[in-house]
Structures are given as C-alpha cells and as structure tokens.
Design a protein around this ligand. Structure first.
Ligand code: FAD
Ligand code: NAD
Length: 466
C-alpha cells in the first residue's frame, strides 16, 4: 500500500495541472488515469484534435477558394488526403500527450494507469494491469465528462456518432446532420463543410450558441450560412433512425410540422455529462446532485472534507481553462493558501472562422437582471488589418455600466478573437472602465484596434474610424 499527500484521479487539464501545482507546493503526489495516454478529453478527443482539424480544413478551404484573390495560382486540382489530415491530427495529439508525461516526470509525480475506485473515504484501488491500493491525506476527483445524448437516440458510433468518432472519420460525409448548434456542432460542422460535406444543424433553441450574446449568434449564423451550412432552428428532434448506410433525423418545426433530414452520418452534440461511473463514490460517501455532478462547496470540497472535485465533473462551464484554474485553486487550498477564482471572467471561445469569444455578462443577461448599461460596437470590416487579410466578418461589442463605465461584458466575432479576448479579461480583472480601454494605445494595424474603437463607442459614442 502506497501513501500520498494527494492522489488526483483523472489526467485531463484539471487533474494534471492540479497534480503539477500540488508537487510544486511540496506534496507527495500521484496521478491516476484509466487510459494509456494522459491529457484527458481535452488533449485526446477534445480541444487539441478539434483545433488541428479546424486548422487543416481551413488551409484546404483557403487553397481551394481564397488563394486566387491573393494572386496565387494553383496548377491542377486541389485534392484532399483525409487519411493524412487525420494522421497529422493524431501526431499533434501524441506530441501533446507525451508533453504531459514529461511534465509528470519533471515534477516527480507518480503516474498510475488503471481505473481508480474508492474502497472507502481514505483508500483508492487502481484497477490496472495490476491492482494497486493507495491511501492519501487528500483526494482530488478530476474525472471529467462524456457526451450526453437524448433518451431515444442510439449512438451506434458508426452512423450516429459523437465528437469522438467525428474527430477520426475515414471518409468525408456526403450529408452530416448535426443535432445541437453549440460549440462542438459548429466547430466540427465547419470542419466537414470545408471538406465538402453538406451540413445541416438542427437546434432546439431559436438561435445557435444560445448561451453567448445574441449579436454573436446572429453574426455567426450569417457567416456559416454564407459558407453553406443549413440551419433548422427551433426544431424539436423526435427520433433518429439508422441503417447500414443512412440515418434519418425526424424533428418538429416551430409550427409543429414534421421535418425529416436524411444523411449518411448524424453527429449528436447536445452537451456533455459528468463522468462518475466506476469511481466508487458511494463507498467514499461522496454526494452527487440531481444532474449527476459531484456536489462541491465554494472551496471545491465535497461533503467529505478531504475529497475535492474539479473540472467538468462539477458545476460550471465545461472548459479546459476553468478545470485548470480549479486544479490550481484546490492545490493551493490544501497547502493553506487563499486562492480565488472569478467565475464571471472565465472566457468562452468558439474556434470557428471567424472565431467567437466572450467574457463577462451578455446583453441578454444584463437586461434580465435590470442593470443599466451602455453599448459600443465596432465592425471588423472597418479595420485596415481586416481588409489586408480579407477577414472582414465580425465585430467587437463592449457593454459597460451606464453610471460608472465599468466593463461588464466584451463579446467578439472575428479573426483571432480567441487571442484578443485576453485583453478584455485582463481589463475586467482590474475592473477597468470602457474609457480605460479606449485611451490605451493599440498597435496599428491590428485586429485589436476594434477593441479600442468599440470602447470609444461605448464611452462617448465617438469611434474614430466609422
Ligand atoms: P477530462 O479532460 O474529461 O479528463 C478526465 C480524465 O479522467 C480522463 O482522462 C478520464 O479517462 C479519466 N478518468 C475518468 N474516470 C476515471 C477513473 N475512475 N479512474 C481513472 N481515470 C479516470 N474546452 C476548451 O476550453 N477549449 C476547447 O477548445 C475545447 N474543445 C473541445 C472539443 C471537444 C470535441 C470536446 C469534447 C471538448 C472540448 N473542450 C474544450 C472541453 C474540454 O475538453 C473539457 O472541459 C476538459 O477536458 C475538462 O477537463 P477535466 O480535467 O475536467 O476532464
Ligand atoms: P453545448 O452545450 O455547447 O451545445 C449543445 C447545443 O445543443 C445547445 O445549443 C442546445 O440548445 C442544443 N440542444 C440541446 N438539446 C437539444 C435537442 N434535444 N435538440 C436539438 N438541440 C439541442 O454542448 P456541446 O456542443 O455538445 O459541447 C459540450 C461541452 O464541451 C460544452 O459545454 C463546451 O463548453 C465544451 N466544448 C468547448 C469548446 C470550446 O471551448 N471551444 C469546444 C467544444 C466543446
């Protein structure tokens, strides 16, 4: 039996980062992972492979459609080698996961492969090639999430698939029907649209990315429609049937009329659910809420004080950087420090092109809570930088307090806004006003100038370039 200060269960961005921080703080730490590779959903079947395919498919589309306008002529047809694109993606994943092995070694963290299951609140057995029993002063559960589905859908992983299968296709679908117009549906939908598939998105709500600002939904819908994606909004899916070659999705539209969409693949992307199977939570006495999430207090402690839980398996946004912050916070709490996470300032990004990025309150949230606010918006089209690259879609929208001018929300659509949002997060962490942003020098020509201009518009309605 081995004894540790901390045992972390799950090696995703929550778990491995937490293990590193525990080790940095001098704790004897073990990391338990059921799969052979470290990195969890994010590195293996999430953030990293999806971004690799988004980048590759973007190059393909540019070569096919946009190089000519730059005066670059391609002789002969541009052809797709999907197997090679997937091989590159797998290479990126394996390089990245090996990087985590290196970090575990560097920080002298013991890595144990196998399913971790509590025997009681102080003991965990790792069911791997051999059984290993561990005791620890503290446990951190970071077991993440897996795809959710609808009760009447049978995910056969052949025709009816989740993001995991969609990241390793052996052919480009002729017609990909996507249930759920959220982050996964739109990112992967754009990948296969670029590669030549017909793509139809069936969404229950009246807009895509429904948790983001309404202006972002509108702009992204417009751009994706231009790219050929078809949307079936306010549609209630009733059933999905499939045979060897085909899948049919039946839905009711706003008027209650039945709509049938037949394709060769159906991607189900209606959210994810916490992953707690096989963990033995009952044996440890750890409580779970009605949504299947491990219940935690503000310090991410479960009802069993020395067992913590972080990341997708607890409440809040299912994002890698949220899981990482929580992993660091718990390590520091165990070490007796007083860390804090500002959940309102965890940015959200959709890596379509144009990208979509947000931080703080949306206009809909401010309206619902009755806060008086000002708005400033600036179109990317008006920037020299956007015209130079040809990326003219999108805008930056700034919401600030009507009285104090404090930034309340920043919402963007456009080229590289996934990176631009960091400026807004920094400003809001320091409780800056829109005027603070408006008076800072922004390099010219950059996409970031849209942030300054939107801030000028929010402050005194005096943008310079429109
Ligand atoms: P996970 O990454 O899910 O890791 C949990 C780990 O625990 C897994 O490795 C699992 O095998 C292991 N485990 C579970 N049970 C046990 C057990 N009993 N014993 C041992 N090990 C166990 N987020 C972003 O911020 N940006 C993105 O661009 C992004 N893109 C995404 C794209 C896709 C297609 C998907 C599916 C998700 C994406 N996400 C993205 C979400 C992100 O992947 C998750 O929020 C993040 O991985 C959560 O981290 P985690 O550490 O909580 O759990
Ligand atoms: P999501 O919550 O982003 O989107 C699910 C969508 O499905 C929503 O628009 C919802 O209204 C819709 N929906 C729900 N039930 C439906 C039904 N019965 N019929 C039709 N539509 C329905 O979930 P996701 O796209 O599956 O992604 C899962 C998680 O992974 C998200 O929480 C997200 O944070 C994370 N993720 C993040 C990124 C990123 O940060 N770029 C990328 C991919 C995934």
């Amino acid at each position: 039996m081995s004894n540790y200060d901390v045992v972390v269960i799950g090696s995703g961005p929550g778990g491995y980062v937490s293990a590193i921080r525990c080790a940095q703080l001098g704790m004897k730490t073990a990391l338990v992972e059921k799969y052979d590779t470290l990195g969890g959903t994010c590195l293996n079947v999430g953030c990293i492979p999806s971004k690799a395919l988004l980048d590759s498919s973007h190059h393909y589309e540019d070569t096919q459609k946009h190089l000519e306008e730059h005066g670059i002529e391609v002789q002969g047809p541009v052809t797709l080698n999907l197997a090679k694109m997937m091989e590159r993606k797998s290479g990126v994943v394996s390089q990245t996961t090996k990087g985590i092995d290196f970090l575990m070694d560097k920080n002298k963290i013991d890595v144990l492969h196998g399913i971790g299951a509590f025997d009681d609140k102080n003991t965990l057995t790792v069911h791997g090639k051999e059984k290993q029993t561990l005791t620890a002063k503290h446990f951190i559960i970071a077991t993440g999430s897996k795809p959710a589905s609808l009760p009447f859908i049978n995910i056969d992983k052949k025709r009816v698939i989740t993001s995991t299968e969609a990241l390793s296709m052996t052919e480009v679908p002729m017609h990909l029907v996507i249930i759920g117009g959220g982050v996964i549906g739109l990112e992967l939908g754009q990948v296969y649209r670029r590669l030549g598939a017909e793509v139809s998105v069936v969404e229950y709500m009246d807009r895509i990315i429904p948790t983001m600002d309404g202006a972002q939904s509108k702009e992204l819908t417009k751009v994706l429609k231009k790219q050929g994606v078809k949307f079936f909004l306010s549609h209630q899916v009733q059933g999905v049937s499939s045979d060897k070659n085909e899948v049919t999705v039946t839905a009711l539209d706003k008027k209650g009329q039945e709509v049938q969409l037949t394709g060769d693949y159906c991607l189900v992307s209606v959210g994810r659910k916490p992953y707690i199977e096989g963990l033995g939570l009952d044996k440890a006495g750890v409580a779970v809420n009605e949504r299947g999430q491990i219940q935690v207090n503000d310090h991410l402690q479960t009802n069993i004080a020395h067992i913590y839980a972080i990341g997708d398996v607890v409440r809040g946004a299912m994002l890698a950087h949220k899981a990482e912050e929580e992993g660091v916070m718990v390590a520091e709490l165990i070490a007796g420090q007083k860390p804090h996470i500002n959940y309102n300032l965890i940015p959200g990004v959709v890596y379509t092109w144009p990208e979509v990025a947000s931080v703080g309150q949306t206009e809909e949230q401010l309206q619902a809570s009755g806060v008086a606010y000002k708005t400033g918006q600036f179109p990317m089209r008006a920037l020299g930088r956007s015209r130079a690259s040809g990326d003219v879609d999108g805008f930056v929208k700034i919401l600030s307090d009507a009285k104090t001018d404090e930034l309340l929300g920043v919402h963007m659509v456009g080229a590289r806004v996934a990176d631009l949002i960091a400026e807004a997060v920094t400003a809001m962490e320091f409780r800056a006003s829109a005027e603070d942003l408006a008076r800072m020098s922004h390099a010219h020509p950059t996409y970031a100038e849209a942030v300054k201009e939107a801030a000028l518009a929010a402050t005194e309605n005096r943008p310079l370039h429109i």
